[in-house]
Design a protein around this ligand. Structure first.
Ligand code: HEM
Ligand SMILES: *[C@@H]1O[C@H](CO)[C@@H](O)[C@H](O)[C@H]1NC(C)=O
Ligand SMILES: *[C@@H]1O[C@H](CO)[C@@H](O)[C@H](O)[C@H]1NC(C)=O
Length: 255
């Protein structure tokens, strides 16, 4: 079941245009569109918050698996692995070139959640479909999926193969409420670093906010892997190495 919530989170202090929260799966999907324009913009911002312990998660921008723009996401070594995929069958969706994904600087990954905020350009129309069936002020049916227990085959590879999700659910979004006059501010994000990325993948380093320090894992302790929910940051001088991906990562001396 999906539940619409009105809570305002993320994207700095502003309220998100439209979002849904799934309390059972503990996932949030939100979307912000630029103001209406002629011709219509082909981009939007997606906010995707999921437990970092899940093997992989995804969003279908068309609400079904086939003929939709799909996003896949999983953590790797404290980074967010985010890609676009497409398929026309119930088989492993393959990397999809065309959409340009940029993780915005407000994205974060910590010991419990991935909080991805990404801009997707050339993303309102795709092979076989379009957002809101072409009406950017209508109701769009989207879906999210999760593989809560099983990770992808090679988490370091954005194009990795993986097995079927064990959860999916649909939700409707009123796109007329998702347009924001602050859109250009969001994509600016206050970042001065340019982060050109490939057409189908992008990464973000771990958050470096100066709030409460994260718990760190000690030398040779576990710092990642399927089902692991402890500290993912290693003590100084040690790095989190995926020694047996996707099952086990360990704090080993930095080179
Ligand atoms: C190896 C990879 C995958 C396999 C084998 C697979 C297989 C399947 C199967 C068999 C169903 C039908 C389940 C049912 O009706 O009970 C389904 C549904 C669905 N899948 Fe996947 N899937 C895969 C990856 C993905 C990914 C990456 C996404 C999105 C990011 C996705 C999105 C969906 C959605 C939204 C549905 C429900 C709507 C529909 O049936 O079209 N799937 N998948
Ligand atoms: C936009 O994406 C489509 C696939 O959905 C692709 O065929 C097209 O080349 C892309 N356009 C640009 C300018 O990248
Ligand atoms: C982890 O990130 C989530 C989502 O951004 C946030 O709500 C939570 O407070 C963070 N937890 C810690 C320990 O920083």
């Amino acid at each position: 079941m999906s539940h619409k919530v009105t809570a305002t989170i993320l994207l700095t202090a502003a309220s998100l245009g439209e979002q849904v929260q799934d309390p059972a799966l503990d996932m949030i999907v939100g979307i912000v569109l630029p103001p209406d324009s002629t011709p219509a913009s082909d981009e939007y911002i997606v906010n995707f918050v999921v437990p970092v312990s899940y093997g992989w998660t995804g969003i279908s921008m068309g609400g079904q698996m086939s003929n939709s723009l799909l996003f896949t996401m999983w953590p790797y070594n404290g980074e967010i692995m985010l890609g676009s995929r497409w398929t026309n069958d119930y088989v492993l969706p393959l990397p999809y070139a065309g959409p340009k994904i940029t993780l915005l600087p407000a994205s974060k990954i910590n010991n419990t959640y991935i909080n991805a905020i990404f801009r997707c350009q050339n993303c309102t129309v795709w092979e076989g479909g379009s957002l809101g069936s072409g009406d950017l002020d209508g109701t769009a049916v989207l879906a999210y999926v999760a593989s809560t227990d099983v990770g992808v085959d090679d988490p370091s590879d954005i194009d990795s193969s993986f097995q079927e999700h064990n959860n999916f659910d649909f939700f409707g979004l009123d796109l007329s409420q998702a347009h924001s006059s602050s859109y250009s501010k969001y994509i600016g994000g206050g970042s001065t670093t340019s982060a050109p990325s490939g057409p189908s993948s992008t990464r973000v380093p771990p958050s470096t906010t100066t709030s409460a320090p994260q718990a760190t894992q000690t030398a040779y302790g576990q710092c990642g892997g399927t089902g692991y929910s402890g500290p993912t940051v290693c003590a100084s001088g040690f790095a989190c190495i995926a020694v047996a991906p996707p099952y086990y990562s360990q704090c080993q001396p930095s080179k």
